[in-house]
Design a protein. Structure first.
Length: 338
């Protein structure tokens, strides 16, 4: 419904009968639709996807003035024959990446108008893979103000830089998560191979809550109706050479982070004669409480921890606990200041 409302807005008229909207980075008008022009339309698909997405609307005359003429019978008949599966197949065959699109027909003032809506590509650039009509192998199309053309240097550089920044951000996020859990607890989920791996082994990682509910069935004794409740795996199961079933144990927080705030301050004062006020200042200025290399919040219950995960706000009364290595870390910071 939102797309239909938007298309009606794009085809709204002034008092003199002309259209409010002109062709732009996100809008292209066509008088008629025919399958012979598919390569031209697909060129616009790629151009919109490489920019901000956009609309391709059929049944609008753009010159000498913009006016609504609607689809004629032949164009309407051909538009009705559009097969989304075939169009998507053509696009995948012609272009790298995924072009997401929708189409429909809307009636305005007794006339029918066909439209394609093309979403902005999540991964850019969309590159042509073969020659087809007006499309050329290796070319990248981009939507400029009211026209589709080969991309220029500035826009291509911006797309490349954005892609690099996105990948860097994903790497930093991944590294941060590995740092929090520790490399000894991390494994790789390969979506292409459909396997979880660690070192040279294939690993099946099972949550500790799930392990309690799994019933291990002796070969040949499984009865679907009379047997005990079991874990059902849906999909194709591939045999592998080595399988490890890992039950992740709860981290003993107090073993890894044995020091309370007072114990930390007392240990630093005994070792380097640094006042408690300076200890608290260094902790705050260096955001040590949020760095799991040195400190974590000692939540009293699961609800507090889940709430912190949602809004990032530490509930009142939740103390921080510290690793012993935090002692030397704070002393080193203090010594560097002086």
């Amino acid at each position: 419904m939102m797309l239909l409302d938007e298309i009606k807005n794009l085809l709204s008229l002034r008092k003199d009968g002309s259209l409010y909207h002109r062709e732009s980075q996100t809008l292209e008008f066509k008088e008629s639709f025919n399958f012979a022009g598919l390569s031209e339309y697909f060129r616009d698909f790629a151009a919109f996807a490489n920019n901000k997405g956009g609309w391709l609307i059929f049944g609008v005359k753009d010159r000498p003035k913009r006016e609504l003429i609607g689809l004629n019978d032949k164009s309407s008949e051909q538009f009705d024959k559009i097969d989304p599966e075939k169009i998507s197949g053509f696009l995948l065959d012609l272009f790298s990446g995924n072009i997401v699109w929708k189409h429909d027909v809307v009636e305005i003032q007794g006339m029918n108008f066909g439209f394609f809506f093309i979403e902005e590509a999540k991964i850019k650039p969309i590159i042509c893979k073969k020659d087809e009509g007006e499309i050329r192998n290796g070319e990248i199309y981009f939507r400029y103000g009211g026209r589709t053309q080969k991309i220029q240097y500035a826009e291509l550089e911006d797309i490349i830089n954005h892609r690099i920044e996105r990948q860097n951000s994903q790497w930093m996020d991944l590294i941060s998560k590995i740092g929090k859990s520790g490399p000894q607890n991390a494994a790789i989920l390969d979506l292409d191979k459909g396997a979880i791996s660690k070192n040279n082994s294939q690993i099946l990682v099972v949550d500790d809550k799930l392990i309690k509910g799994i019933n291990w069935i002796k070969e040949g004794s499984f009865n679907e109706k009379e047997g005990a409740p079991t874990l059902k795996l849906v999909g194709e199961v591939q045999p592998i050479d080595t399988v490890e079933v890992i039950k992740k144990e709860r981290v003993n927080r107090l073993k890894e982070y044995p020091l309370s705030a007072k114990e930390l301050a007392d240990a630093i004062k005994a070792k380097a004669n640094i006042s408690s006020n300076n200890v608290w200042r260094i902790i705050n200025e260096n955001n040590i409480k949020s760095n799991p290399d040195y400190s974590i919040y000692n939540f009293r219950n699961k609800k507090q921890e889940e709430q912190y995960g949602k809004d990032g706000i530490v509930p009142n009364g939740v103390p921080s606990i510290y690793k012993e290595s935090t002692i030397d870390f704070i002393i080193k910071i203090y010594q560097n200041e002086h």
